[in-house]
Design a protein around this ligand. Structure first.
Ligand SMILES: Nc1nc2c(ncn2[C@@H]2O[C@H](COP(=O)(O)OP(=O)(O)OP(=O)(O)O)[C@@H](O)[C@H]2O)c(=O)[nH]1
Ligand SMILES: [Mg+2]
Length: 293
C-alpha cells in the first residue's frame, strides 16, 4: 500500500464570541498562541496557527467572534471574519450548545455555502453542563453532521482532525514543519500582555485597552528585554490600569512575564508603561499598526 497523499489547506475557525475558538486552536497546537478569556470578544485579529501532522498540514485561522456593532474596531473584526471565510478551504463553525443555535449561525452557513466553502458544525465545551451536540440537532439545517468536542479534555478532537484533513486539497506542506504561526513574536507577546490585562482588569476596561511592544531586545544572551505600552483612551482609565501605588500594573506584569517566558523560552525583563492615546480604537490606520486589522 502506498502512503495516503499529503493534504494541506486553510481552515477558518468561526463562531460567536466566547464559543471556544481560541481554546481549540491552542489545544490543536499544543501551545498557547491565541489568547483566551472568560470575557467575550477577546480575539482581535485573525491569527494563524499551523498544525503539521504526518499526512497533513492545517492552517488554522482563529478569528474574532462575530457580532453586530458599528464601532470601527468591531467593523474591522467582522471584516476579518468575512475575509477568513473567503480564503479558506473549509470553515469550522463553533457553537456553544449551552447558548444554542441562532439565525446568525444559519446566515453564516448560507453565506459560506454561497461561496462554495464547505462548513462543518462543531459543538464545543462537551466537558461541562448538561447540554451537548444532541441539543443542537433539531435547530441545525437537516443532514449536517455535528461534531462534538471539548478543548479542555480533548474529547472528540482527534476525530475532528481526521475529518478536517480528509477535506483538505492534496498539496505539499505550505509552511516549514516547525513553524507554528506567521505572526511576529512581538505581536504574540503583546497579546499575552493583553490577556493578563483581561484577567486582572474588570468590566469594560479590557475593551478600551491595546498593547504595543515598542522595544524587543534580544542582544543579551541570557535575558530578553521587552518594553510594551498599554494604550488606553482616557486619563481616568490610565489611573485604573496603574492602580493604587502601581499594584494593578504590577500584577499584569507578573502574570504576563510568566507567559512570555514560556512562549519565548528565555528569561524576560518586561517593562510595562500605560499611555493615553485618545482615539486608538477609532482610527483604522492605528488599528492596522497594532495588528488588529
Ligand atoms: N469547560 C470548557 N471551557 C472552555 C472550552 N473551550 C473554551 N472554554 C472556555 O470558554 C471561554 C471562552 O474561550 P475562548 O477560547 O476565549 O473563546 P473564543 O471563541 O476565542 O472567544 P472570542 O475570542 O472572545 O471570540 C474561556 O473561559 C475558555 O476557558 C472547553 O472545551 N471546555
Ligand atoms: Mg478568541
Amino acid at each position: 500500500m502506498t502512503d495516503p497523499a499529503f493534504r494541506a489547506g486553510a481552515v477558518a475557525i468561526l463562531g460567536r464570541p466566547n464559543a471556544g475558538k481560541s481554546t481549540l486552536l491552542n489545544y490543536l497546537l499544543g501551545e498557547k498562541l491565541a489568547i483566551v478569556s472568560a470575557k467575550p470578544q477577546t480575539t482581535r485579529s485573525r491569527i494563524l496557527g499551523i498544525v503539521t501532522r504526518e499526512h497533513s498540514q492545517m492552517l488554522l485561522y482563529d478569528t474574532p467572534g462575530m457580532h453586530e456593532s458599528t464601532k470601527a474596531l468591531n467593523v474591522a473584526l467582522n471584516e476579518m471574519v468575512a475575509e477568513a471565510a473567503q480564503d479558506c478551504d473549509l470553515a469550522l463553525l463553533l457553537v456553544d450548545p449551552h447558548l444554542g443555535w441562532g439565525e446568525d449561525h444559519a446566515e453564516l452557513v448560507r453565506r459560506l455555502k454561497d461561496r462554495n466553502c464547505p462548513v462543518s458544525i462543531v459543538s464545543t465545551k462537551a466537558d461541562i453542563g448538561n447540554r451537548d451536540a444532541s441539543s443542537l440537532v433539531e435547530a441545525v439545517p437537516t443532514g449536517e453532521r455535528i461534531w462534538s468536542i471539548s478543548a479542555r479534555s480533548g474529547k472528540g478532537v482527534e476525530e475532528l482532525i481526521a475529518h478536517i484533513s480528509s477535506l483538505l486539497p492534496e498539496s505539499p506542506p505550505l509552511f516549514p514543519e516547525d513553524q507554528i504561526s506567521d505572526r511576529p513574536m512581538r505581536f504574540l507577546v503583546a497579546e499575552l500582555v493583553r490577556e493578563a490585562a483581561f484577567d486582572v482588569l474588570s468590566q469594560e476596561l479590557p475593551y478600551a485597552l491595546a498593547v504595543e511592544v515598542v522595544e524587543y531586545d534580544e542582544n543579551r544572551a541570557d535575558l530578553l528585554k521587552i518594553r510594551a505600552d498599554l494604550l488606553v483612551e482616557r486619563a481616568s482609565q490610565k489611573q485604573i490600569v496603574i492602580g493604587k501605588g502601581g499594584q494593578t500594573i504590577k500584577r499584569i506584569g507578573i502574570r504576563s512575564r510568566h507567559e512570555v517566558e514560556k512562549l519565548t523560552g528565555s528569561k524576560v525583563h518586561l517593562d510595562l508603561w500605560v499611555k493615553v492615546e485618545p482615539k486608538w480604537s477609532k482610527r483604522p490606520k492605528r488599528l492596522k499598526s497594532l495588528g488588529y486589522s
